[in-house]
Each structure stands twice: as C-alpha cells, then as structure tokens.
Write a new protein. Structure first.
Length: 167
C-alpha cells in the first residue's frame, strides 16, 4: 500500500516570551488544507484553550493565535514532514522531526512542552534525545476527536492547569 503524499507541517507560532509550547504530532488533513493549527471543529484544542481561561472562544484564527501568545503559549508540531494518508498519527511514515534547539535558544522563558497526545510526546522525545533543552515535557491527552475514550470535561481538566501555569 502506498504511504501517501509527503506533507509539510507549519512554522511554529511563538514569540520570545513564550513559557509553554503546545506540541502536536503533525497537522491533520483539514488543518493542512486550511493552513491553521487545530482546524478540525471536532478537535477540542481551541475550546479547551479558551475554557481554561474562562474566556469566550474567538472565531478568527489570528485572534486565537494572539490569545495564546498573550498568555505565553506557543504552538508547533514534532514532525516537520511525514508521509500519511488521512489524519491519524498511526498512519505517519517517513517522519522528519523538527529541530527544537533554535526555538528554545530564542525563547529563554520556555520551560514546559505540553505534548498533545502520546505520538507528539514520543516524537519530541526522539527529536531531543540526549540533549537538555531546559524544559520539562508532559504527555497530555490528545484533543483529537480520535481519542473518544475521554470526555471533553476530562480533557479540559487535564489541560487547564498546565495552560494556566504562572510565569
């Protein structure tokens, strides 16, 4: 069976003041099509981000990104590229990982990586193996609709304390 087409991920969303990096594995097919992180309306990431701060969710993508950056939160993915059919992490092949060292060097306040699911966590661990970037990495439940065993409330309870961490 063919592996699928080679997909390229997005550039990181960051500024020098981020203290948290939310790390996915690779954008979904819909996210790649729309050029937006977490574009699938069934993905719980954006509602969780806004509910964590008890704020109404912005509808405009740029406003969503500003909301995160104003709270010291950046976005990126562990994979720079991969071959994949569909959107499932289990379908990822020929993965090329992002180089995290330059981002960490540019962001001295970055101390926590919140991995959105086990695949993101495993890929990040592989990417930084043997290097101390000065940050802890936590594996949180995936916000993807593919993780149906947890309710929205359970996912929110897992994510909110870390998104709200003080500087």
């Amino acid at each position: 069976m063919p592996e699928g087409e080679t997909l390229l991920g997005f550039a990181p969303v960051w500024n020098k003041d981020i203290r948290i990096l939310v790390l996915g594995s690779m954008p979904s097919a819909l996210s790649l099509e729309r050029g937006q992180y977490f574009a699938n309306p069934r993905n719980a990431f954006w509602p969780i981000a806004f509910d964590s701060f008890a704020q109404p969710m912005e509808t405009e993508y740029g406003a969503r990104l500003r909301f995160l950056l104003e709270r010291g939160i950046g976005l990126w993915d562990a994979a720079a590229s991969c071959q994949r059919r569909g959107s499932l992490d289990s379908a990822m092949r020929q993965v090329r990982l992002n180089d995290f060292a330059p981002l960490f060097a540019a962001c001295p306040a970055l101390k926590t990586v919140l991995c959105n699911g086990s695949k993101a966590f495993a890929l990040f661990a592989r990417a930084v193996r043997g290097r101390d970037l000065g940050a802890r990495a936590l594996c949180l439940p995936s916000t993807s609709p593919a993780l149906a065993s947890l309710s929205y409330g359970q996912k929110l309870a897992a994510w909110a304390p870390y998104l709200r961490e003080e500087r």
